[in-house]
Ligand binder design. Structure first.
Ligand SMILES: CC(=O)SCCNC(=O)CCNC(=O)[C@H](O)C(C)(C)COP(=O)(O)OP(=O)(O)OC[C@H]1O[C@@H](n2cnc3c(N)ncnc32)[C@H](O)[C@@H]1OP(=O)(O)O
Ligand SMILES: CC(=O)C(=O)O
Length: 536
């Protein structure tokens, strides 16, 4: 039987979807609900049935298609309109008929909102709450009441805010959720108010914190410390304006810092996967620096950190990344020391042994290259090739004799260069030595790098048939010395994929095509190494 003493309540599909830039299809919502269930939350607020056809359709399909193992689906909506019976309000009917066994009702608890936004009396607002909660309870639904603007309302008119809490509970609400709707509170405010409301009413309380002061997670934890037993959060903190309390940070803190068993066994380790998968579905780049779940959350750059981590990772980590499905990474850059290089080599499956001179030489080489514009922290494949070279196992599948590229532009008569109608074509020729033979290949492309990539592949494919499975998936140019105008030094990062793994290499130089070649040559070399071709 489910432990009902503490609720992890997720509102990604309702409040999270109120974030600017998020627009979910019904199938997206179903997929996110499944992920949240994998993570073990107790309640998933699916949206507002009746407010738009999409949310109504979501609840219809969810009742047929979603087989949730841990969570209960919750429908969100407002209390009835002023002056009508809950039984006659079509919006309340949509909640009642949604198929959800739990309903979250938003209710006004700030008297100024009652009088100015709802334009009704304080008594009628209480009647709207009592009537709507009782009506849904009579129809067998469990009800939570979200007291909108509770903290602002409590500051302005505490007795009225308390009467809203009491009315909701007396009508049958299981939990009364205190909402910091404008997100303006600080943790000390939350601690004081939650404590006072709990002592004054004895009602089971929840917390819903918007993040407008950057304190939503801290405010949620402060409420829990003050006695709240229901936390409303969203995946990755998505939500109206700047967002909500981040589900993963709140759960991470409660589970790992407070030792509370708030998720079913085995679910905590799903955290990173679920966070990333939800980011992909909502079509926002995963935040690499998000606590617990970001790829940088346990990435160590400073040499001093690495030297202590070599002794014991706990010395520079607040928790074990594997507990939340993440992993520790070493970054090697001009801030690295010998320990960083040794640990990174180990991560890449290479053994530098106890050779301090060797790791010292690598550090010096990296620092020198970074001074000239290289950056290795995002280019693990280049770093691995460099480490192998220093270990004496140079990886070479071909030798470049020379290459050249021509780009020809043919303006269409009378067209403006801005119109983009003119044809431009590049042609590259590469001359290589492959397995003792001289190979010359020429190829065309829509730009110089594309032409070079094609010519390089064409000259290698007879010797390395698996090359066709490698694909260039990303190409980034960074101008390093912008002040020099067209003389600037450029850094190129290219990313290749073999359909499964991706790897990135780096090239630097004053000539953008030359720097691209350096990165390209390494990327193809690394790809051949991954395919397991024997080296010369
Ligand atoms: C704090 C939060 O984030 S709560 C979640 C808010 N989410 C959303 O608003 C997203 C979905 N909303 C919608 O699709 C629409 O706003 C709807 C369908 C709910 C309502 O649309 P409309 O009927 O066109 O009304 P509109 O949006 O202009 O105004 C909201 C109405 O609800 C009333 N209302 C607001 N809060 C409550 C409440 N707690 N209880 C009852 N009525 C309420 C307002 O007074 C207003 O009434 P009015 O039409 O008599 O002026
Ligand atoms: C209910 C809600 O989303 C809020 O008060 O912010």
């Amino acid at each position: 039987m489910r432990d009902d003493s503490f609720h992890v309540f997720d509102t990604t599909l309702r409040d999270g979807a109120q974030r600017e830039g998020i627009n979910l299809r019904v199938s997206d919502k179903l997929a996110i609900a499944k992920l949240l269930d994998d993570f073990g939350v107790a309640f998933i607020e699916g949206g507002w049935p009746g407010a738009n056809p999409k949310d109504t359709e979501f609840f219809r399909r969810a009742s047929q298609e979603l087989d949730l193992e841990h969570a209960l689906l919750t429908a969100f909506g407002a209390t009835r309109r002023a002056g009508v019976r809950a039984a006659d309000d079509p919006q309340v009917a949509a909640l009642r008929d949604s198929g959800a066994s739990v309903v979250t009702l938003v209710a006004k608890s700030d008297d100024r909102h009652v009088e100015r936004a709802l334009r009704t009396t304080l008594d009628e607002n209480l009647a709207m709450i009592a009537d709507t909660v009782s009506h849904l309870r009579e129809h067998g639904q469990r009800v939570f009441v979200d007291c909108e603007h509770f903290f602002d309302g409590y500051r302005h008119h505490p007795e009225y805010a308390l009467s809203v809490v009491r009315t909701a509970a007396e009508a049958g609400a299981d939990v009364v959720v205190l909402c910091d709707t404008n997100g303006g509170m600080l943790p000390a405010d939350i601690t004081r108010v939650v404590t006072e409301v709990r002592e004054a009413t004895g009602v089971r309380l929840g917390i819903h914190a918007q993040d407008d002061t950057g304190c939503a997670v801290a405010n949620t934890l402060a409420a829990v410390d003050a006695g709240a037993t229901h936390v409303q959060c969203t995946a990755n903190g998505y939500g109206e304006r700047v967002g909500n309390a981040d589900l993963f940070s709140v759960v991470g803190a409660l589970a790992l810092k407070r030792g509370r068993e708030i998720l079913p066994e085995g679910c905590l380790g799903e955290m990173t996967r679920v966070s990333t998968a939800i980011a992909e579905i909502v079509n926002l780049a995963p935040d690499t620096h998000r606590p617990y779940v970001g790829v940088s959350a346990f990435a160590h750059k400073a040499g001093l950190h690495a030297s202590a981590i070599k002794v014991d990772p706990d010395l520079y980590q607040h928790t074990d990344p594997e507990l939340v499905g993440n992993r520790m990474r070493m970054l090697v850059s001009d801030m690295a020391g010998r320990a960083s290089v040794e640990l990174k080599a180990r991560e890449l499956g290479l053994d530098l042994g106890d050779d301090r001179a060797l790791s010292g030489r690598v550090v010096e080489r990296i620092k020198g290259l970074e001074l000239s514009g290289y950056s290795f922290e995002a280019a693990d494949a280049s770093l691995e090739l460099l480490l192998r070279e220093e270990l004496g196992e140079s990886v070479r599948y071909f030798e470049t004799e020379s290459w050249r590229v021509l780009t020809e532009r043919r303006p269409t008569a009378g067209s403006s260069p801005l119109a983009g109608e003119d044809e431009s074509l590049s042609e590259a020729t590469v001359k290589l030595r492959v397995k003792g033979e001289r190979v010359i290949a020429t190829a065309e492309g829509n730009g110089p790098v594309n032409a070079l990539d094609r010519a390089l592949r064409s000259s290698l494919e007879h010797a390395f048939t698996a090359l066709g499975g490698l694909e260039l998936t990303d190409y980034k140019v960074r101008i390093l010395e912008g002040a020099s105008g067209t003389d600037a030094v450029t850094r190129i990062l290219v990313t290749f994929s073999d359909g499964g793994e991706e790897w990135t290499t780096v090239g630097v130089g004053p000539n953008v095509v030359d720097a691209s070649w350096v990165a390209l040559e390494q990327a193809i070399t690394y790809g051949l190494l991954r395919q397991g071709y024997p080296r010369d």
